[in-house]
Design a protein around this ligand. Structure first.
Ligand SMILES: Nc1ncnc2c1ncn2[C@@H]1O[C@H](COP(=O)(O)OP(=O)(O)O)[C@@H](O)[C@H]1O
Ligand SMILES: [Mg+2]
Length: 577
């Protein structure tokens, strides 16, 4: 899969734009529950408005009625007050039965005026207003007239003159009540008009209200239709898409919803999910392809492995065979190393015997020559006595030499025979240690004769042990040959010490030389098979390994080696008695 890495600045820019868009979307979002809430709010407002309108119209009409009725009652009370209270009051004054200044006329006039003011406030029609205006001016005239009567009384005018004024005042009161009557009629007419109007209005309002209610119902239906449509259509679409996706079809179009609410959000999430799903599916397909390819490669590798396995099985069998051969060869090598020691012994014996036998051979051939010479002298009959005596002396001396040397050879053979037999037989028998060790050292004389090395043997001559003499022959031969090969140079002087003793229940053999010694690194490896510091061919690396095996297995003892470079080597062997 190829991954495109945007530069960091571009990445951060894209990120900030993304954040801004998300912010805008979050701010502009009008969730479904808000939509429903606002719709219901509008409906409730409309219904409240309608109720308020109906209530207001009823209230207005009632107020109108109340005003008219109040006006009518007040106007009526003015007529009653004027006729029943004011007129008798003035009459009593005019007839002198009551003093002008004690009369209630001012108070009555003031109340009439106040009532008129109240009525004029509640009057609505212009006609009624004009009528009330006429009544007001009549009341003003009435007041003037009362004032005049007061002045006449003050001036002590005649009764006739005063009663005429009273007559006049009565006319004015009647005119005023007529005017109020006129006003009342007018108001009644207006009341009828209002009643007709209210009736009419009620009819119209009823129709408007019905239309209004129908409108509200239609509107609410419309709103609920839009809302449910807004919700259900995209949800239906989503359902269809998801069932398509569930059926495994990922090739579905994007859903475009711009309802600015949770559904839009849901649709967007669905689109994102779909794009992610597609991306994932394509990744999966790619991974699947890769897996398939890897699988094919694995099968191939497996086949190759099978072949290798067969091959390695063959190799294994070969290796086993080689190992067996190697083990056999090692055993043979060990055997041949052991035999080398025996061979050296035999060579030593042969060399030692060679000298007396050579002397015997020379002596016998000398005797033979002298005897041939003597025989020819005898045949020539010219033999002298002195010659005979010489020959006899020579015979005695020569046979003596022959005898001595043959005896020596016989002794050598008989002593070395035992060592050789022991080395090969590996049998247990009692023997004197010192005598036996001497024979071993002696048998290696041919190798040591030409060197400047001295071999010292320290051992109690009477010490006899019941053990494997062949084992000691192998041990000492290897130690001595190693000193010769590894410890000293050709012309080096040196002292080799062999000590054997008994300590409590243990026998101890200490072998040491004062040669080059062994390096510390090599000290731990000298008993390993095939470890040699001389090249192969010169050394085999088996000598000390054989010694180790003989000590630990045959003698059931232990061996340690101590050495410092330049100071020589010490081997200490101990084994139970
Ligand atoms: N007396 C000795 N002085 C110095 N090195 C010795 C002596 N004896 C043994 N070694 C060391 O121990 C090694 C192992 O001896 P050995 O097993 O007999 O094998 P090889 O004699 O064939 O090398 C020798 O190669 C030599 O390095
Ligand atoms: Mg050796």
């Amino acid at each position: 899969m190829i991954k495109f890495n945007f530069p960091i600045t571009l990445k951060s820019k894209i990120h900030s734009i993304e954040e801004k868009i998300n912010d805008q979307v979050n701010r502009a979002r009008l969730p479904i529950r808000k939509k429903i809430f606002f719709s219901f709010l509008i409906l409730i407002f409309l219904l409240t408005y309608l109720s308020a309108m109906i209530y207001k119209s009823a209230y207005d009409n009632e107020t109108k009625y109340n005003r008219i009725i109040t006006n009518l009652t007040t106007a009526n009370s003015i007529i009653t007050v004027a006729k029943d209270e004011l007129s008798p009051e003035i009459r009593e004054i005019c007839y002198g039965r009551q003093k002008f200044q004690d009369g209630r006329h001012i108070e009555i006039i003031q109340s009439i005026k106040k009532n008129l003011e109240d009525i004029s406030k509640n009057v609505e029609t212009d006609e009624s207003k004009a009528k009330i205006g006429t009544v007001k001016s009549t009341v003003a005239t009435l007041e003037e007239q009362i004032d005049k009567i007061g002045q006449k009384i003050k001036a002590n005018k005649s009764f006739t003159e005063i009663s005429a004024s009273w007559e006049n005042l009565n006319v004015i009161i009647n005119t005023m009540s007529d005017n109020i009557q006129d006003f009342l009629l007018n108001e009644l007419n207006y009341c009828e008009l209002v009643k007709a109007q209210v009736h009419n209005e009620f009819k119209i309002n009823g129709i408007i209200n019905i239309i209004y209610i129908i409108g509200v119902i239609v509107l609410s239906l419309f709103i609920s239709f839009i809302i449910s449509n807004n919700i259900s259509m995209p949800v239906k679409k989503l359902c269809k898409m998801t069932s398509m996706v569930a059926a495994g079809n990922l090739n579905v179009d994007e859903i475009n919803v711009s309802s600015n609410d949770e559904i839009e959000e849901l649709a967007k999430s669905f689109n994102v999910m779909m794009s992610k799903l597609k991306e994932r599916t394509s990744q999966l397909t790619q991974s699947n392809d890769m897996l398939q390819r890897t699988n094919e490669q694995l099968v191939e590798v497996n086949q190759q492995l099978d072949e290798y396995s067969k091959q390695s099985m063959n190799d294994n069998i070969m290796l086993k065979k080689t190992l067996e051969t190697l083990q056999i060869t090692q055993a043979q090598l060990v055997q041949s190393e052991k035999m080398t020691a025996t061979g050296r012994l035999v060579a030593g014996i042969a060399h030692e015997i060679n000298t007396p036998i050579g002397i015997v051979l020379t002596a016998s051939s000398h005797l033979n020559n002298k005897t041939e010479e003597f025989t020819s002298l005898v045949h020539s009959d010219h033999i002298k006595k002195s010659q005979l005596v010489d020959y006899a002396d020579m015979c005695v001396k020569t046979t003596e030499i022959i005898q001595i040397n043959l005896k020596r050879a016989a002794k050598l053979v008989s002593s070395f025979k035992q060592v050789t037999v022991d080395q090969v037989s590996e049998e247990k028998r009692p023997f004197y240690v010192k005598e036996y060790f001497e024979m071993i050292v002696f048998s290696l004389q041919p190798q040591f004769k030409k060197t400047r090395l001295v071999i010292n043997l320290e051992c109690d001559p009477s010490l006899m042990i019941d053990s494997f003499p062949g084992a000691f022959s192998q041990i000492l031969t290897n130690f001595l040959m190693n000193s010769l090969l590894h410890a000293y140079g050709e012309d080096d002087e040196g002292i080799i010490k062999i000590e054997f003793k008994k300590e409590e229940s243990m026998f101890i053999l200490i072998y040491s030389d004062d040669g080059q010694g062994i390096r510390e690194d090599d000290l731990g490896k000298i008993f390993d098979p095939f470890f040699t510091t001389k090249g192969w061919g010169v050394g085999t690396g088996l000598g000390l390994n054989i010694v180790y095996n003989i000590v630990t297995k045959m003698l059931r003892g232990s061996i340690v080696c101590e050495s410092t470079v330049g100071d020589g080597v010490t081997f200490i062997i101990d084994f139970p008695c």
